[in-house]
Design a binder for this molecule. Structure first.
Ligand code: PBG
Length: 344
């Protein structure tokens, strides 16, 4: 027996006009010109931050199997690619290193070497492309022998010792010419410590983009291949990244980082966390960014390679979704490609 009782019998069905009154929401969708006229959000080249992977050596680019179209580049090639991105109007890049295993240790001490590949990259790019904003990460993971973002002692990522190291690294990155320090490690107190260290060394104008809400996520997999931590990582990062079940906790993290002096907030990963982006934007009205992480990139590329989706359209749709959710900008591996498409 069907228990559903229609509100009206079909003989008394109302016409569409009786139901909607004079409102017809399709009216403004009828043509391209009217859709453009009422479009609420737009993606522009000014919204893009391009994360790149750098390595030592010369004239070499290495493929990253899980990230087709993304390469680790030696600095000579990276400078050329960044020049090209600048010509397209991309405002900023974010750099990540893949260093020799021999340079990685328990405390990630190589991050403090002013001549490590990240600091050399900053100097080389600043010299060649001064108009490009440079964002560096002060997290330890590419430099540790265990792939964690902090110093590991007796199975524990020790917070305060890590914060000291991260803040010292931030000063060296600023000395090399970084414009924005973006610590991705999620240690408590790192934003305040970095702000104090930068200010004490005369870098009042160097900004901090906080990876305020970084979730423990499966979407970072391909990045770990890119920076070479995939085979090193012991355990998981759940004692410092946010549980992806939580939203109030993300608000508390962002609030804490703002109190400590963050200039900009970031949500990471991106697409599965649009609700967090909207919440942070509505709550704090601060410059808010999303990191469309490696796994998000790889999913779009893999489905497109199989002919299952239109990759370019999925890319554009996902990026515009970040704007709709409240983002001021997006870190995306698609940046140069999107910049080309927006230009064309
Ligand atoms: C770690 C770090 C991660 C990413 C950048 N820095 C996550 C991780 O390895 O746990 C992810 C970036 C991406 O997936 O694109 N500090």
């Amino acid at each position: 027996m069907n228990k559903f009782t229609p509100v009206r019998s079909s003989s008394a069905a109302r016409s569409v006009d009786e139901i909607t009154g004079s409102r017809r929401l399709r009216r403004m969708r009828k043509a391209d010109w009217s859709r453009r006229l009422v479009q609420e959000n737009r993606l522009t080249v000014d919204d893009l931050i391009w994360p790149i992977f750098v390595i030592d050596g010369e004239n070499r680019r290495e493929e990253i199997a899980a990230m087709p179209g993304v390469y680790r580049m030696t600095l000579d090639l990276a400078v050329r690619e960044v020049e090209h991105a600048a010509k397209l109007g991309v405002p900023a890049i974010a750099t990540f290193p893949n260093i020799d295993l021999a340079l990685r240790d328990q405390t990630g001490s190589h991050i403090l070497d002013p001549d490590n590949v990240i600091n050399r990259a900053t100097r080389a790019i600043k010299a060649a492309v001064p108009e490009m904003g440079i964002i560096t990460d002060a997290a330890l993971d590419p430099f540790t022998s265990h792939g964690h973002d902090g110093i590991l002692r007796q199975g524990i990522i020790v917070n305060d010792e890590t914060v000291e190291q991260v803040a010292a690294a931030a000063v060296i990155q600023a000395q090399s010419g970084a414009d924005i320090i973006a610590p991705s490690d999620m240690m408590d107190g790192r934003i305040g410590a970095i702000r104090d260290a930068l200010d004490a060394n005369g870098f009042q104008d160097v900004a901090i983009m906080s990876y305020a809400t970084k979730f423990a996520s499966a979407f970072y997999g391909p990045y770990r291949e890119a920076v070479g931590t995939a085979g090193l990582l012991q355990g998981d990062k759940k004692t410092y990244y946010i549980d992806h079940a939580n939203s109030d906790e993300a608000v508390r993290e962002a609030e804490q980082d703002l109190l400590e002096g963050a200039d900009m907030l970031m949500v990471k990963p991106g697409l599965p966390y649009l609700d967090i982006i909207r919440r942070l934007k509505d709550t704090f009205a601060m410059p808010t960014f999303a990191y469309q992480v490696s796994g998000e990139y790889s999913m779009i590329m893999a489905a497109a390679a199989n002919g299952w989706i239109d990759g370019d359209r999925a890319m554009m749709e996902s990026l515009l979704s970040f704007k709709r959710a409240g983002c001021d900008g997006i870190l995306t591996y698609f940046a140069p490609k999107v910049a080309e498409m927006l230009k064309g």
